[in-house]
Design a protein. Structure first.
Length: 458
């Protein structure tokens, strides 16, 4: 199931967020797309994505429009600490407010309390549910709660068994964060630091980030430092930026360990010099492991010719999979496994998922790097060949559609796969750690060079 909601009223917005925060594992929600345009919506979004009463994490979240400020970040942090989208202020919380839960029976009457629109009418709950709640001792007859599918409500204590159970100690804050994909489209960030703050706040081990700024935004708020991004999202594999000013401030420890695999910079500024420097530095994992890089400058902007030439020299490379060549001792161990004549047990019985994953990495061909550079003319917005490619060479290249550009070749050689299986089985009679090291090192010995290179021309 995919949920997309745009131009929602505030009432509908909080109702949807409250439903997301209480998802069951059987719901199978694949993606959640929501506009954040409007005052006070960010705490509700953070509650839906990272809080609530459910531990289910939505694989893909897309947020469009709206403005994000330092004040919003503080409100989001408060909502996470309390696990409540409208937390009480610190002064009030210490005196008269308590967080907890309320069990609601079917057909319990609730009063809609406006998150933004003021108090509304009454509703009867369609089914029993457990709700996150905030109790104010100054209003002892009622309890505030977040009801899935309804949003902010009030329930009368004692009505149909409504009872408030306070948290024991600190509020019950869930430790769920985004791990899959996050897409932020045309959100106005007050400063570059606000962007990093929200990434640190809502993600843990994020795999994919897509970030589009507004085309007319040339302020410092649209600057993206890859070093800072590497610290905020160390496990990122796929990065797509549009209308950003991309810089690399330093080659620090976080950048050296950053294992991003694909980078797409669409109509970005100040890009090539720092990118070329990254590909030139063998200490960076980007230089060794990035497999696809697409770069497009802003309209009517052209990068320095020497930088483009150096960038394109990396197109078609086979990034190294190991740091050093296979030592003789490892070669001897592999040969001894291959030439062993008698086996008492079938090796397949010793396989597990981890060993099998190493075997397929061991037997597959290396990943071929793809780098594409292009520029746009604003007078016809047509994609043209860059001036640094010779037309005679371009005619001999195969043109690939942008969405079908091959990234990884995964042909397997059966003879290598057979060797790897027997070699992995031998590890159960030797030392498991030793065999893992040999499997990783053996990649360099048995990898195959693919014949063709790819270049994107449109």
């Amino acid at each position: 199931m995919r949920l997309r909601c745009s131009r929602a009223s505030n009432r509908a917005f909080v109702a949807i967020c409250s439903a997301i925060a209480a998802l069951s594992a059987e719901s199978h929600l694949e993606s959640f797309h929501m506009d954040s345009e409007g005052s006070g919506r960010w705490p509700w979004l953070i509650y839906a994505i990272c809080g609530g009463t459910s531990g289910v994490v939505v694989p893909c979240v897309e947020i469009r429009k709206g403005a994000l400020t330092k004040t919003d970040i503080l409100a989001m942090r408060a909502a996470l600490r309390a696990n409540y989208p409208q937390p009480a202020s610190e002064a009030d919380r210490n005196s008269s407010h308590q967080y907890g839960f309320v069990e609601i029976d079917e057909r319990t009457e609730l009063r809609l309390s406006g998150a933004f629109d003021g108090d509304g009418g009454s509703v009867l709950v369609a089914c029993a549910c457990r709700c996150r709640a905030l109790f104010d001792s100054n209003d002892s007859e009622w309890v505030n709660l977040v009801v899935p599918g309804y949003g902010a409500c009030k329930a009368k204590l004692g009505d149909r068994g409504v009872r408030f159970a306070a948290d024991a100690g600190r509020p019950a804050c869930l430790e769920k964060r985004l791990k899959g994909a996050l897409e932020l489209f045309y959100v106005e960030f007050e400063t570059p630091g606000v962007l990093i703050d929200v990434l640190v706040l809502v993600t843990r081990g994020l795999c994919s980030l897509k970030l589009y700024f507004k085309a007319e935004d040339t302020t410092a708020a649209s600057h993206v430092d890859l070093c800072t991004l590497a610290r905020a999202c160390p496990n990122l594999l796929h990065l797509c930026l549009r209308y950003a000013t991309v810089v690399v401030s330093e080659h620090d420890a976080a950048l050296r360990l950053w294992s991003v695999k694909t980078i797409e910079l669409d109509e970005c500024s100040n890009t090539l010099a720092d990118l070329v420097g990254c590909l030139r530095d063998p200490e960076l994992r980007i230089a060794r492991e990035v497999v696809q890089l697409k770069v497009t400058p802003r309209k009517n902007e052209v990068f320095v010719e020497e930088e483009v030439r150096e960038l394109m020299t990396h197109d078609g490379e086979f990034p190294p999979l190991v740091k050093e060549k296979l030592p003789r001792s490892s070669k001897s161990a592999v040969i001894s496994v291959v030439t062993a004549a008698i086996w008492s047990t079938k090796p397949i019985y010793g396989m597990d998922s981890y060993i099998l994953s190493l075997i397929f990495a061991f037997a597959s061909t290396p990943t071929q790097r793809s780098i594409a550079y292009r520029f746009l003319y604003s007078w016809n917005t047509k994609l043209v060949w860059n001036s640094f490619a010779l037309q005679g060479e371009v005619r001999n290249l195969v043109t690939y559609d942008r969405d079908c550009l091959p990234l990884v070749k995964t042909k397997l050689r059966l003879d290598i796969l057979e060797v790897a299986i027997w070699f992995a089985f031998e590890s159960f009679d030797l030392n498991i750690g030793f065999s893992m090291k040999l499997l990783r090192e053996a990649v360099d010995l048995f990898t195959i060079s693919a014949a063709s290179k790819y270049f994107e021309v449109q």
